[in-house]
Design a protein around this ligand. Structure first.
Ligand code: ADP
Ligand code: ASP
Ligand code: MG
Length: 462
């Protein structure tokens, strides 16, 4: 078996969905087996759903126009993709029933003026349900057996809404029972899952990639293909570096580092289930299906450059804790980490000056304020006894990470890297190097992002 995942831009409208069906059907014929297809919501739909939930929560009835907009979008696609026969009529009723259900939930949110993370998960997954029905019906209409599958039946998670953790054992059993090798082309909803009690959860924004690899691992698939709108994993985000080019082969470790540091071409967890099983992942372009794309696997052909790729995370903030009293004081870092963890904030990067005089933490902006407040509260004693002099928060920052297996043991690389940035007039606020020497990450002001990334790309990648 093999898995083919199509993202939001690949299913943006009827024309694109038709091209997806072309790719799926021709591959299926060529391989002689039906692939398991995973789909995201049509482009923009998840954003619309989340905005509608927010509007309803604040008592703004604009959510009703969002429902009308979604209805129009899916009706239009249905009209173009499915003939007006019994399949089309049944699907029209199904789409309307799903959107009525959405309307009732949003009305409930408006009445109680509250949208819990649990309700938000339920609402944000509607797009995948609608899209999988459309694609399955279209493929069926072309005379090829296909069936839409709601992933809530087969992917089991805990109840950490918004970023639920997968129970791989139960999921494996459910997947293998439901998706049989001699079956039709299954068109599975990405992104959504459910708890053992049947409550809807999601795997986090951009999570359909993860759905594909969870299914790939559960089915021991030959390969997982992530079909998107670029030719593969590029040396940098093409929106920042127009000269970025496709990396033909990349190792699991390098690709994982790139995705953790913001290369959204794959969701950061995607490679976790496949590494264990050693399943290759291919990144392919729906708009350009004949290009080979990128192969992500255990080993990749050696590269003749130190840096494989560059990634970056926007809109981060740095919390700097300073004070001479921290010098030699055991347990300070652990106190800081547990204080931040209690606020639910995630530390993306951490640096400590060698004098132990200051510690800097970098978090996403939306989490940094509560983390700072938590630290101020938990470290009150240390602050009043002057062991800690200040806790400062700086917004408007960017983390840039350079990644590459060839960086290991390369003497002088950091020097060259930071002089390239110096020559471009980029000021560096903090630096961290992973102990595996697979990445060097640093913090700069957001306004320097493009200058910094382009300067490194030019100096090291070309
Ligand atoms: P999908 O809708 O298919 O899930 P995404 O928008 O989530 O697609 O991811 C694809 C996008 O990721 C590309 O259009 C590109 O702009 C962006 N991107 C960022 N960094 C990289 C990178 N290093 N390589 C490729 N694409 C990248
Ligand atoms: N539709 C979801 C999102 O926009 C999941 C995905 O596209 O991967 O986040
Ligand atoms: Mg995506």
């Amino acid at each position: 078996m093999f898995i083919m995942k199509f993202g939001g831009s690949s299913v943006a409208d009827a024309t694109r969905i038709r091209s997806v069906a072309d790719i799926v059907i021709s591959r299926s014929e060529k391989e002689g087996i039906a692939p398991v297809v995973v789909v995201s919501a049509m482009k923009g739909v998840t954003d619309t759903l989340i905005a509608a939930a927010k509007a309803a929560e604040s008592g703004n009835s604009s959510y009703m126009s969002s429902i009308i907009e979604l209805k129009q979008k899916h009706h239009e696609a249905l009209k173009a993709l499915v003939d007006d026969n019994s399949i089309g009529v049944t699907l029209l009723i199904e789409i309307d029933t799903i959107l009525e259900e959405l309307g009732e939930i949003l009305h409930g949110v408006e009445l109680v003026r509250e949208c819990s993370p649990r309700t938000n998960d339920l609402i944000s997954g509607f797009g995948e349900r609608l899209c999988s029905l459309l694609l399955a019906a279209h493929i069926t209409g072309r005379g090829v057996r296909a069936e839409a599958v709601d992933a809530r039946q087969i992917i089991r998670t805990d109840n950490e809404h918004g970023r639920a953790a997968v129970d791989f054992e139960t999921t494996g059993e459910l997947v293998r029972t439901r998706l049989t090798a001699d079956g039709p082309i299954y068109v599975v909803t990405g992104f959504i899952a459910s708890t053992a009690g049947g409550v809807a959860t999601t795997l986090g924004r951009n999570g359909s990639d993860y759905t594909a690899s969870i299914l790939g691992a559960a089915l021991n698939a030959e390969a997982v293909e992530i079909w998107t709108d670029v030719d593969g994993v590029l040396t940098a985000d093409p929106r920042v570096v127009p000269d970025a080019w496709v990396i033909k082969e990349i190792s699991f470790q390098e690709a994982m580092e790139l995705s953790f540091f913001g290369a959204e071409v794959i969701h950061p967890y995607t490679l976790v289930p496949v590494i264990e099983k050693d399943l290759p992942v291919y990144i392919k372009n729906t708009l350009n299906p004949t290009t080979p794309g990128t192969r992500i696997a255990k080993t990749a052909a050696p590269k003749n450059r130190a840096i494989t790729g560059i990634a970056s995370i926007d809109d981060v903030s740095m919390i700097t804790i300073e004070g001479g009293g921290m010098v030699g004081m055991p347990g300070v870092a652990s106190k800081i980490f547990s204080s931040v963890a209690r606020t639910g904030a995630n530390i993306i990067m951490f640096t400590q000056a060698s004098s132990e005089h200051s510690i800097s933490l970098v978090c996403r902006r939306e989490e940094a304020f509560k983390a700072t407040e938590g630290l101020k509260k938990d470290l009150t004693e240390a602050i009043s006894s002057r062991m800690i002099r200040s806790i400062n928060l700086t917004d408007g920052l960017e983390i840039v990470a350079v990644i590459g297996e060839n960086m290991k043991g390369q003497v002088g690389l950091s020097g060259k890297l930071f002089s390239a940035l110096g020559n471009a007039n980029v000021n560096i606020l903090a630096i961290a190097q992973g102990s595996t020497e697979l990445n060097i990450s640093f913090v700069i002001e957001s306004k320097c992002k493009s200058t910094a990334i382009n300067a490194i790309h030019k100096a090291f990648i070309g």
